[in-house]
Write a protein that binds this ligand. Structure first.
Ligand SMILES: NC(=O)c1ccc[n+]([C@@H]2O[C@H](COP(=O)([O-])OP(=O)(O)OC[C@H]3O[C@@H](n4cnc5c(N)ncnc54)[C@H](OP(=O)(O)O)[C@@H]3O)[C@@H](O)[C@H]2O)c1
Length: 318
């Protein structure tokens, strides 16, 4: 697997990031290990976790994903090879939803402890906090970078205007900006009125801002639960629109002609986007992972990209 630049960070990362939300909880130990081993064997070096993963799963007594990754990296002795992203900001256990400086400082130490490392490569604000002054949050994140506990910052579930304000403020004060973002983003675009609660789907304006400022998007839920290639998964309710039905037909038609799955077509569309996005892929079996990794070998033609993009796209095309 080749690596690609991560915006302006100077880092090179894997073009598909492995989402590990349910590792060690809903996804059993054996399968989670097999997924990590297979991803690594295929050359994948980019892992996505969060301090809260996956405390909401029945039977979970606390975070399971970070300690699982920590154990795996210790066993394999490969911490230095991996680019590890975690997140802070959502509530779990007795930790409230907040980006208060003290909470950020406390939580990064807990994440580092669970991951068995003294730094993370990327720390995301998992959700915005409009009650804590932005200057205080950005200064706290900057202190983590200065201390060496965090190498780069990202923002997840932010509105475009808040991201712009945070980065303008960081620039004015000489603080570390958010250098990448993790929005809900896929080929289908959700219905305008849908309620994703605290999740923020990418919007036209958000995508344009990121593209113009060389802030790479790392889409989560990129396959919408695998619906592009599964008979048992229809278009999710919040995505049922006339345009999306047409998009689905186009994906299926291209998949059939190329003898690949619809999920592979969408992953190829995401990774071939200009600028490319780096999908944060969730899998619960090694077969799914293999299929998703093989999407890196699928090159969509100009004509196929035009067909896919002609229906409705966010942020325009470059
Ligand atoms: N920042 C945030 O707020 C946020 C939110 C959500 C997720 N995330 C991150 O994004 C990652 C992925 O999110 P997600 O799980 O919601 O992604 P997703 O792409 O919507 O769904 C992943 C699921 O799709 C199915 N799938 C994947 N590949 C498939 C294939 N080739 N064929 C058939 N089915 C396939 C599997 O479902 P089954 O398991 O049912 O078979 C898999 O568990 C997470 O692990 C996490 O790291 C971040």
């Amino acid at each position: 697997m080749n690596s690609i630049p991560l915006g302006t960070t100077g880092e090179s990362v894997s073009p598909i990031c492995l989402g590990t939300m349910f590792f060690g909880s809903k996804t059993d130990t054996e399968t989670s290990r097999a997924l990590l081993d297979r991803y690594y064997e295929a050359g994948g070096r980019f892992l996505d976790t969060a301090n809260i993963y996956a405390t909401w799963v029945d039977g979970a007594e606390g975070p399971t994903s970070e300690p699982f990754l920590g154990d795996w990296m210790a066993d394999r002795g490969n911490r230095e090879d991996m680019f590890v992203a975690t997140k802070v900001g959502f509530e779990y256990g007795d930790v409230p939803q907040s980006l208060d400086p003290e909470l950020i400082e406390r939580e990064i130490d807990r994440s580092l402890d669970r991951l068995g490392t003294d730094y993370v490569d990327l720390l995301y604000a998992h959700v915005d906090d409009r009650d804590t002054p932005l200057a205080e949050t950005m200064a706290a994140f900057d202190r983590l970078v200065e201390s060496g506990k965090v190498r780069h910052l990202g923002a997840s579930n932010y509105y475009g205007w808040r991201l712009a304000r945070a980065n303008t403020l960081a620039e004015e004060r000489g603080l570390t900006p958010f250098s990448c973002v993790q929005p809900r983003f896929s080929y289908l675009i959700p219905h305008r009125n849908s309620d994703f609660q605290r999740q923020r789907p990418a919007t036209d304006e958000f995508v344009t801002y990121c593209d113009d400022h060389d802030i790479p998007m790392l889409p989560y839920s990129p396959l919408l639960q695998g619906c592009y290639g599964r008979e048992d998964r229809s278009i999710p309710e919040r995505y049922v629109t006339t345009e999306n039905r047409q998009k689905m037909e186009t994906v299926r038609d291209i998949a059939e002609r190329r003898a690949v799955s619809g999920n592979q077509v969408v992953l190829a569309w995401l990774t071939q986007r200009d600028p490319p996005t780096i999908p944060v892929v969730g899998c619960s079996t090694v077969d799914q992972l293999n299929e998703n990794l093989a999407a890196l070998d699928l090159t969509l033609s100009e004509h196929e990209l035009e067909r896919l993009n002609s229906i409705e796209t966010l942020g325009g095309l470059h």
